[in-house]
Design a protein around this ligand. Structure first.
Ligand code: FES
Ligand code: FES
Length: 203
């Protein structure tokens, strides 16, 4: 075979090589895929309900996703997922935040509190939870964890708030079942009992 004939074979050899790879080459092994996936993840430490969790997260994972699907804290609910309904509210460093639009990586270093931290059972309900039960403020209950966390942060920060302050603060939590009357009633009760305790402490 002369050089010219050899060169005409080259394209055929390339095509044959590609077919061989297509049919017979081993697919990438699972460890290889694992390493590709984990190379995209970043290590973070999340402080949730008094416990530190060292985990790997994708940079785009939201705090709501990590709380529910990684840490199994499913008390935090997700409805709109776009920061409009308040269902996913948790407390970070004492302030209410929307966990569906907060990146988990951005929550690093904050003290996160979820609804699971408020009580360990029916006998030890937080006063807001107890008042919601007493007044019948929950119907389907889906919006309630977010509502309670939002209002806990609000009353903790502003214990001398007025009734109208409470109504306004509740405005970020959408409830499709109730008319809000019972929830406002429950919150006024809690605010009054906190004020009474404070007065008694100072008298
Ligand atoms: S689920 Fe986060 S605001 Fe609606
Ligand atoms: S109690 Fe059902 S959405 Fe609020």
């Amino acid at each position: 075979m002369n050089l010219a004939q050899l060169l005409t074979c080259v394209p055929r050899l390339v095509i044959a090589g590609r077919w061989w790879l297509y049919w017979f080459a081993e697919p990438p092994s699972a460890p290889y895929l694992d390493s590709v996936e984990s190379s995209l993840k970043i290590p973070i430490t999340l402080h949730v309900n008094g416990t530190s969790h060292e985990i790997f997260v994708d940079p785009h994972w939201t705090l709501a996703y990590v709380l529910r699907d990684v840490l199994s804290l499913t008390g935090t609910k997700v409805a709109c997922g776009t920061g409009d309904c308040g269902c996913c509210t948790v407390i970070a460093d004492g302030r209410a935040i929307l966990s569906c639009i907060t990146l988990a990586a951005a929550a690093q270093g904050m003290r996160i509190e979820t609804i699971e931290n408020l009580s360990s059972g029916l006998e030890s309900l937080h006063p807001i939870q107890a008042a919601f039960v007493e007044t019948g403020a929950a119907q389907c209950g889906f919006c309630i964890p977010g509502m309670i966390m939002n209002m806990k942060a609000f009353i903790d920060e502003k214990p001398t708030c007025t009734d109208d302050d409470l109504r306004r603060a509740l405005g970020g939590n959408i409830c499709r079942c109730t008319g809000y009357t019972k929830q406002v009633e429950a919150l006024i009760k809690v605010r009054n009992s906190f004020s009474k305790k404070r007065r008694n402490r100072h008298s």
